[in-house]
Design a protein around this ligand. Structure first.
Ligand code: PLP
Length: 375
């Protein structure tokens, strides 16, 4: 029996402690400043973050909201997607993409993913469109963009709006164009483990359209632009100033952090290149990948995962059950066999620890453990 690893040799999936150490002093000062000014919700710090994130991404408008799920919901609402109409998304995504669509009053429908990058497959998308479809919602999963030119070609044939789920793609681009600049609107998440992570929940909507940005702002703040004048029925989805302090500090380091992730991903790919049964993640041509997750496909996945955990390596699965097979979405009428690529992948996916501060020594240990588990 292998000895239980001591806690300090555990390799986490994401090392938020190491990330905090780099910004601790700045955040401490920023928090004190927020408390001194007692401007806790929205305010100048949040506005400053919005302007800085616009400059970083190159997308014209950033509207800070409470979390990434709200960001997708607000995007669907602001796009004016009719109640009950269909919004197509990939079957392999985090459940929030579909939840947000339901909450916005529309009906999620699904398409399969391509076998190479596991991103929305334009051919499957074409087959998923019906006269009821009003929007396409590609997800830039794991840190790289879905094939937007081919998706746009299919979507425009039926005058479908494109809304991006860019929750996992901070700083990613395709053919030099940033995530968030392809759709009418895009939702991003600053959940703590994301490439740009807050210290609580936070999110944002990106759009090139001033009118749609205004609409998101209205909806996310009780339908008001002027105190006690409520132009529309909205809800409460605002970012707090503490999260903006964290995000501003981390945004200054995001380009370097993404570069460190790219180097770590490339190191994993070299270390694992000679393991025959493993399918390594690939970057699609034209994509600037930001490696939110490094996701392998392996045989006997559950055994490999258990074995890594016994070795003190916190690998994970993104995601074990495609959304169309989740109990919550049974009412949509999908079943096993509807999306064979996503379903097969769900049984093989394995996310390895990846974060900007991961060391070569840690990565060698992870790669050796994968090799041993498969041996
Ligand atoms: C692809 C995707 N969409 C949406 C979300 C929802 O974001 P949040 O957790 O901030 O609500 C997440 C992250 O959790 C995500 O990974």
């Amino acid at each position: 029996m292998s000895a239980q690893p001591s806690p300090d040799t555990t390799i986490p999936l994401v090392d938020l402690r190491a990330a905090h150490a780099e910004v601790a002093a700045e955040i401490q000062a920023g928090f004190e400043d927020v408390i001194a000014h007692t401007a806790f919700i929205k305010g100048e710090t949040v506005a400053a973050f919005e302007r800085e994130y616009e400059a970083f991404t190159g997308v014209a408008h950033c509207v800070a909201v409470a979390n990434g799920t709200d960001a997708v919901e607000l995007s669907v609402r602001a796009a004016g997607i009719p109640a009950g109409s269909e919004v197509v998304m990939p079957a392999n995504t985090f459940v929030a993409t579909a939840e947000a669509v339901v909450r916005a009053g529309a009906r999620p429908t699904f398409a399969d993913v391509d076998p190479d990058q596991l991103l929305l497959d334009p051919r499957s998308l074409k087959g998923a469109l019906t006269p009821e479809t009003s929007a396409v919602l590609p997800v830039h999963l794991f840190g790289q963009l879905a094939p937007m030119a081919a998706i746009a070609e299919v979507a425009t044939q039926q005058e479908c709006v494109i809304i991006e789920d860019a929750a996992q793609a901070h700083g990613a681009a395709q053919d030099g164009r940033p995530a968030g600049a392809f759709g009418l609107l895009a939702g991003v998440s600053f959940y703590p483990g994301k490439n740009l992570g807050a210290y609580g929940d936070a999110g944002a909507v990106l759009t090139e359209s001033a009118e749609h940005a205004r609409q998101v702002r209205l909806l996310g703040d009780h339908g008001t632009e002027r105190r006690y004048e409520h132009l529309t029925i909205g809800f409460n989805s605002r970012m707090d100033a503490f999260q903006a302090v964290v995000l501003r500090a981390k945004l200054r380091r995001l380009a370097a952090a993404n570069e460190a992730r790219r180097q770590a991903a490339s190191r994993y790919s070299s270390l694992l290149a000679d393991v025959p049964s493993v399918i390594l993640p690939q970057t699609a041509p034209g994509n600037e990948h930001v490696w939110h997750l490094y996701v392998l496909r392996v045989p006997r996945r559950d055994h490999v995962l258990r074995s890594l955990q016994e070795d003190g390596i916190q690998a994970a699965i993104h995601y074990p059950v495609p959304v169309h097979l989740q109990p919550a979405f049974r009412y949509l009428g999908y079943g096993p066999g509807d999306f064979p690529v996503a379903e097969a992948a769900a049984g093989q996916l394995l996310s390895l620890p990846l974060y900007p501060q991961i060391t070569e020594e840690q990565q060698v240990r992870v790669a050796d453990a994968v090799r041993r588990a498969l041996g």
